[in-house]
Each structure stands twice: as C-alpha cells, then as structure tokens.
Design a protein around this ligand. Sequence first.
Ligand SMILES: *[C@@H]1O[C@H](CO)[C@@H](O)[C@H](O)[C@H]1NC(C)=O
Ligand SMILES: *[C@@H]1O[C@H](CO)[C@@H](O)[C@H](O)[C@H]1NC(C)=O
Ligand SMILES: *[C@@H]1O[C@H](CO)[C@@H](O)[C@H](O)[C@H]1NC(C)=O
Ligand SMILES: *[C@@H]1O[C@H](CO)[C@@H](O)[C@H](O)[C@H]1NC(C)=O
Ligand SMILES: *[C@@H]1O[C@H](CO)[C@@H](O)[C@H](O)[C@H]1NC(C)=O
Ligand SMILES: *[C@@H]1O[C@H](CO)[C@@H](O)[C@H](O)[C@H]1NC(C)=O
Length: 597
Amino acid sequence: MKLTAAFNLLLAVVLQASSLVNAAAVASDPCTAIAGKLFVVPSQALTCLTSFPYNETIQANVMSNAERVTDFYSFEPFYKDSPPPFQESSVQIREEFSRIRETKYVSDYAFNRDLYDISLSLNDGHTQWFPSCYITFQSLLPTPVTSLFKDGEYNIYVAPDAVELVSLLGEQFTSFYDNLGFDWKRLAGAKVVEVEDQSAYDYIDHLATTQVGNYLDHGVRVNSVYTSYRIAGSAWAQRFGIFAGRRFPDQDYLTMKVIPVGSEEAEKVKVPFFASYLGSPFTDKASFWETNCAVKNTTNGVNYLAGSTPTGRVARRLKLQPIAKIKEDSTPASAVGLPPQYIPTIPPVAGSAGAIKSYILPDNTTGVIYVSTFSPDNFFQFQSDIDAAVKEFTSKNVTKLIVDLHNNGGGYVCLGEFLFQYLGGKSVGYPGFESTIRANELSKKIVAQNIKLGLNASWTFFAPDNWGFLNDTLQPANYNYVDPSVPFSVNGVSDPTSQRFHDTCTSSFNVAIPDTPAFKPENIALIGNGNCASTCALFSTLMYEGLKTKVAVFGGRPGQHIEYKGMAGNQVLDWPALDSEIKTAGLKDDSLAPPDL
Ligand SMILES: *[C@@H]1O[C@H](CO)[C@@H](O)[C@H](O)[C@H]1NC(C)=O
Ligand SMILES: *[C@@H]1O[C@H](CO)[C@@H](O)[C@H](O)[C@H]1NC(C)=O
Ligand SMILES: *[C@@H]1O[C@H](CO)[C@@H](O)[C@H](O)[C@H]1NC(C)=O
Ligand SMILES: *[C@@H]1O[C@H](CO)[C@@H](O)[C@H](O)[C@H]1NC(C)=O
Ligand SMILES: *[C@@H]1O[C@H](CO)[C@@H](O)[C@H](O)[C@H]1NC(C)=O
Ligand SMILES: *[C@@H]1O[C@H](CO)[C@@H](O)[C@H](O)[C@H]1NC(C)=O
C-alpha cells in the first residue's frame, strides 16, 4: 500500500469562553455537587456537563473551523467510500456537517458530542474533534475484559488480574463498591457470556464500531476494547480498554451475564460504573467552564514571526521534527501500573531505562525489544537505546529478534524510519515512503508565502526544505513543490497533490546505520495487537513490505479479519500547530483560513 496523503489533522480543541453563569443558577449548581471529588457517579457528572447551554455562536464558530480544516487538511475524499473490508469507515462528512450546523441542540454538550461522535466514526486517528470541556470524566468498571483461549475455545473473560489492577486505582475508587456491598473481586477471571443482552463478542463488536475510532480496521478496534499491556512513560502499565474505561459518563450500570471462577452457573450482575475526573480543579459551574472549556493562549496557534525585534520572535534553531501519532489513551486509568505478576522477571538488557524494554528469552538465542512508542522523551536516546540493546544481543550470540509493537500510538516519523534502516542495514536505502501533501488553494498559498518570506524548515512544516527530492537531495527552501500540482482523484473526487517527495530523516540519525544488520531479515518477527498507529504503521509496513518480516497479531474476535496495523501513517499537526503554520505564513485573514476557536 502506498501512502499518499502526508498531512492530516489532529484537532485537540477547547471551546469559546462565555459568561454563562447567572446568579439564579448558583442555587442549584450541578457542578458544585461533584466538585473536588476524584470519582463520581456518572449521571451526576453528566448533569454537570449538560448544564452548559447550547450556544449558536459557538456552534457556528466550531463548525466553520471544522469545515475549513477538513477542506484542506484531512483525508476527506477517502472517507466517502472506504474499500472492503473497511466499509464501516465510510462517512459522508459534508452531509453530516450540514446536519450538525442545522441542528438546534439541548445543550453545548449535545452539540459537541454529536461532532465528536461523527469525527470518531471516520476511524481516522488523525482527524478528531476533542472537546476538552467534555472529555473530563472517564467512566470505569472494575471488570476490564479480554478474549482468552481456554478449555478448547475462545471466550470473553474478565481480566484474571482484575483484583490487582483495579486495586491500583486506589481506595477512593474501590470504596464505592464496598459501600454498595458490591463484591467486584469475585468477578476477576469470570467468563462473560452476555453483556446488555447481547452475546459477549457481539457487544465487543458494538463498542468497536461505536466507541473506539482511530483505526480503519474493525479487528484492530476490537483490540482497543480489551485490556492490554503498554509502557506509560518508562514504566509497565495496563490499559483498561474501552469496555471498562469509557470516554463519557453515559451510563451508571452495565448488565453482564457471567460465570465466576469456581462456579458452573451463569448469573446476571449489574456492575456500577464510577467516573474518574481528569480535568483541572473546579468548585462550581463557572470555574469548571473557566478551567476546562474557555479559550486559553494555547487553544489556537501563533505567528512565529510576530514581534518587532528578533528576540520578540519565537526562537527556533533546530529543524522541526515531524510527528505522526494519534491522541492516545493516556488518562490515569489507562496508565495504572501493570500488576506485579505480569512484569517480566528476566533482567532487561542495556538501553531499557526509558520507553524501550529489551530482554533475552530463556532460549538464549532470541532477543525481544518492546517498542511501545515512537514518542520518547528523548529523540536521540531512543536511537542509542536501540543500539545498546542490539549490541548486547550480538555480544551474547542472540540471533533472532522479536519486535513487540503492542499499543504503539506512533510518534516521531524519523524514529520509525531509523529503526527500519537500523534493522535492515544500509542496503535498504531510503527508509521511508514516497509522499505528497494535498495541493489545495490554501496549501498552495502557504507554500508560496513560505518561499516569499524566506521561511525554512526551522520555522514551518510546509517549508520546501522539510522534504527531499526522490533522489534524496534536499528541496531548496525556495522550491515550490505544490505548484504546479499533480492530478489525483479518489472516489470520483479530484483532489490534486503536490509533487511526490521523500522525508529527510537520515540527517537526524545520531546512531550509525550498520553495513551488515545484526539480524537476518528472516530471523526478525513483529508482534502486536494491531493498535499500531501512524509512525508505528509506517514502520511495520516498511518492515513487512521491505524486509518481508513475519508479523503475528494477537486478539481480535475469533474468525474475524484483523490487520497488523491500524492506519496509514505520516506527519500530522494538531490545530494549534496547523494554525501557527497559517499565521506565520501571514494568511490568517484569508477567506480559506479556519477561524480561531
Ligand atoms: C454565546 O457565546 C458567545 C461567544 O462566546 C458569547 O459572546 C455569547 O454571549 C453567548 N451567548 C449566550 C446566549 O450565552
Ligand atoms: C499562557 O498563559 C499562561 C498562564 O495562563 C502563561 O504562564 C504563559 O506564559 C502564557 N503563554 C504565552 C505564550 O502567552
Ligand atoms: C542460557 O544461559 C544461561 C546462563 O548462561 C544458562 O544457565 C542456561 O542453561 C542457558 N539456556 C539454554 C537453553 O541454553
Ligand atoms: C558466543 O559465541 C562465541 C563463538 O561461538 C563463543 O566463544 C562465546 O562464548 C559465546 N558467548 C556467549 C555469551 O554465549
Ligand atoms: C534557517 O535559516 C536560518 C537563518 O534565517 C538559519 O539560522 C537556520 O540554520 C536555517 N535552518 C535550516 C534547517 O536550514
Ligand atoms: C535530484 O533531483 C532534483 C529534481 O529532479 C534535481 O534538480 C537535482 O539536480 C538532482 N540532484 C542530483 C544530485 O541528482
């Protein structure tokens, strides 16, 4: 598969400020009732969230922003008609936008929720509306689930380590259940027969279709519903999964039919949700709005050239590093530690102090590198950690390598390309794909302005010298790569692109690429759960197509199709960064530019 569209959009947004609170409302302020609490009953959280009135001015502003960003910086023509087996991801986005524009909502929450749900249904982890105001209460269940093979068949089970995992949320969470006299601990390891009167797998499918997003492939989204391991920062962690960690406080109970461990009998249980507050501290409705919803100085972008003196300008000295990642589940509940019984007991090899963990398996011939992210704290450390681990493997006669990519949400494009070239050796040549950007009117104007203003790759991402020609020489800073454009059409829609170009990653590698790689390609395997986004998708595709690397994917629903990666991956900018490109190019007043939020 060729990656064709290079830029797309990650909208991470807050809403317009407005003075909403009048004196009469204070008496029955639904947010005061839950202020200062770490965990609350979901319906109480929802009462607070839905108390902010629907405001047509805000709706019009948000929709103008969403429409114009989509015009210029999304995979829009692809959404129209997703090919098999991805039909579930087809969305008529313009019709949905018109419908949302014309709808009068009962609350500001209802408006935002509708736009959020539509953006989620694109299953494009790079194009989403995140109303920071309302992604503030994560609803948790003490029964995270996964699919396990037991007694000769696959079934859904409550995670066998649920007691240890859920206990890590702390007594404030578990005491809710104690107070209700609800014994959640006996559900650990239970076989799940039905959920909300559907078969367990059908209910998992339903969540994968309606509540996960991010990934084109349904099977990969099924794995987001399950609990699974990851690294958070530099520590082992366990994701709750969407089944037990909902983004919105939609319901107070989930009805499950389960067979507890040691029992033969299926029984129905009504498991209470409790919502974890993820926002900033507030005391009432007004301060909730101020802290979570109102526009801040980071909501929109800035003009890097503003300021009359050189020191008044934003100093940028290094070339900008392109990033391709999704907005991951990084909420507290998704990042609680991994219970001790699952932490590897084999001592890690060199280079394992950060985001990468590497081990030698007991056979003494197989090395494992867990690359859980391409967004390490330190771009250069990542490369030296890989190098240190592989050198230790080599010195200990390890000849086979497993690269674990479980829950890798992406990150620096150039680290994906580094790892591919490092494992493939110098002979793989250029370590990326040919790419393009959409060559619509606004992109053309931005590139033209970059050239006119003499902006190079230290200032903007659209600068021509961010990219290379196909012969891997850098495009000069005054080279217009979008004009003339190249005809391109998808799903019957004409959507011209820039000329094809290469990334320029090799200049940012601080570790030497070996002439002869440490492992023969046939001795490398990738494993994961398909939750492998953006740069991870880029890396695994390069490995699979370039080195014919074997790939094994765990999970999914038995009998269903599952991909080894979730999406196409290339560079993305979130709204503030995209807006900064527009402002720095002096185009904020252009009629095509999305308005500030
Ligand atoms: C709607 O929001 C706008 C922009 O924040 C604000 O100026 C206006 O007062 C709000 N309208 C109402 C009725 O609250
Ligand atoms: C943005 O606001 C915060 C405080 O709210 C302040 O500390 C920071 O300096 C501001 N940044 C800019 C670029 O104005
Ligand atoms: C692996 O190496 C260790 C330590 O040298 C040794 O005790 C063990 O027997 C070896 N295992 C195998 C399968 O050779
Ligand atoms: C690796 O192999 C070499 C050559 O066969 C041998 O001399 C050395 O002891 C081995 N090292 C380890 C750690 O097994
Ligand atoms: C961009 O230009 C500035 C001078 O305006 C220079 O200092 C900087 O090194 C250049 N950046 C790149 C990536 O060439
Ligand atoms: C690389 O390609 C560009 C564009 O076709 C061309 O202008 C340049 O001369 C080429 N450079 C080399 C070293 O071949």
